[in-house]
Design a protein around this ligand. Structure first.
Ligand SMILES: *Cc1c(COP(=O)(O)O)cnc(C)c1O
Length: 362
């Protein structure tokens, strides 16, 4: 059956080894969290992560994904970590499946304390600090609020404040630098001094932070990273470079052609909006050889698909169809032929979430 996502497990192992080496041997990470949300917690990939002794936390933004592997992770000596600050409505599941919970709202921490008490558990948390990306976390300039929050957390019987964490390059596209991460480490040291505690985890971000290790610019106090895309696709997401020792070919998407026709490049008639309410743009290239593959925006993100055959161009698509310009291709594409692509983050995410894409392990 097509479309198929080929997952090359040996290449996944290679990438995991590369990011473990960079963070734990070249960098000074005491702990490492590997993130499973980019592949919808694919069970074969999860097995590889869980069997790697240099991985400390298996992390996801969805409690449902974590629930699918929490027992297996614990058996192998890994802990689970929740990346998205929890909904007040999912705290029972958080207490049940999550070992380390990123969180920012005092109101939710109070509720979590109560649920943990009911379950007879001491819940580990990381307090999120916003260093300017303006997604989640207590704003770093509002020190009074940070210290008040820590004060109250320290009175809670069933909450254990393990450290702080920052997330960057997600909403505001702010790049982690020695400068802003040093200020983040300073927040940790200030909390330790003012409250007479030790924070053993200072988590310095996601795949956009790992490049700092290679440049020798990661501030001393950062001792944890949470890595998804860098491990799955080998990307430094700060400057879009490839990390040494990784491959971007762990995932190959294979699709089947359902139509090949000679047609003009300009549509005929009045132009309205497409299936997604967008006004399309067309370039007149004369008569083209156009191929349609049976996959669409429901399964992939067209901006993050790259044909392995460099003579093919993606023209566009709708929910269930993608149109390719195969005019310049040396291969004579026919109905039934398979067209292969490498995937970027968006397409990997959608393809592993779509029930219409079959996974084949290599
Ligand atoms: C998704 C996410 C990560 C991992 O991001 P990558 O870019 O895939 O490494 C880390 N932390 C948080 C809070 C996240 O939401």
């Amino acid at each position: 059956m097509y479309p198929q996502l080929e997952i090359h497990l040996d290449r996944i192992r290679q990438n995991l080894d590369a990011v473990c080496r960079i963070t734990k041997e070249e960098g000074h990470c005491k702990t490492l969290a590997i993130v499973t949300k980019g592949v919808c917690a694919d069970p074969e990939i999860v097995k590889i992560i869980i069997s790697e002794p240099r991985v400390d936390y298996v992390a996801d933004s969805r409690v449902k994904n974590i629930a699918s592997y929490a027992d297996l992770a614990h058996e192998k000596g890994r802990k689970t970590m929740l990346l998205r600050i929890p909904m007040p409505s999912e705290l029972i599941e958080v207490v049940r499946y999550v070992d380390l919970c990123q969180i920012s709202e005092l109101q939710t921490i109070r509720l979590l304390n109560r649920e943990a008490e009911k379950a007879g558990k001491k819940q580990d948390i990381l307090l999120m600090i916003d260093m300017g990306d303006l997604r989640e976390g207590l704003f770093f300039k509002n020190r009074e609020k940070i210290h008040q929050t820590v004060d109250e957390i320290l009175t809670m019987e069933n909450i254990n404040l393990r450290g702080i964490s920052v997330n960057l390059t997600c909403y505001g596209a702010i790049i982690p630098k020695n400068d802003n991460l040093s200020q983040f480490v300073a927040v940790a040291r200030e909390i330790e001094e003012q409250h007479g505690i030790r924070l053993d985890i200072v988590s310095g971000g996601n795949s956009s932070s790992i490049y700092l290790i290679g440049k020798g610019e990661m501030p001393e106090g950062i001792n944890n990273l949470r890595l998804g895309e860098s491990f799955l696709l080998g990307n430094d997401t700060a400057y879009c470079t490839k990390l040494p020792g990784t491959t971007d070919q762990a995932f190959i998407l294979r699709t089947q052609i359902v139509e090949v026709q000679q047609k003009p490049s300009l549509p005929i008639g009045e132009v309205g909006v497409d299936a997604f309410g967008q006004k399309p743009y067309y370039e007149d290239r004369g008569i083209m050889k156009r191929a349609i593959i049976a996959i669409g925006k429901q399964d992939v993100d067209l901006d993050s698909l790259t044909p392995l055959d460099t003579e093919i161009e993606i023209m566009g698509g709708s929910s269930d169809h993608v149109i390719l310009d195969v005019t310049k291709a040396s291969r004579d594409y026919k109905v039934g032929d398979i067209v292969e692509f490498t995937v970027g983050y968006g397409s990997m995410l959608k393809a592993t979430t779509s029930p219409y894409v079959e996974r084949v392990y290599k």
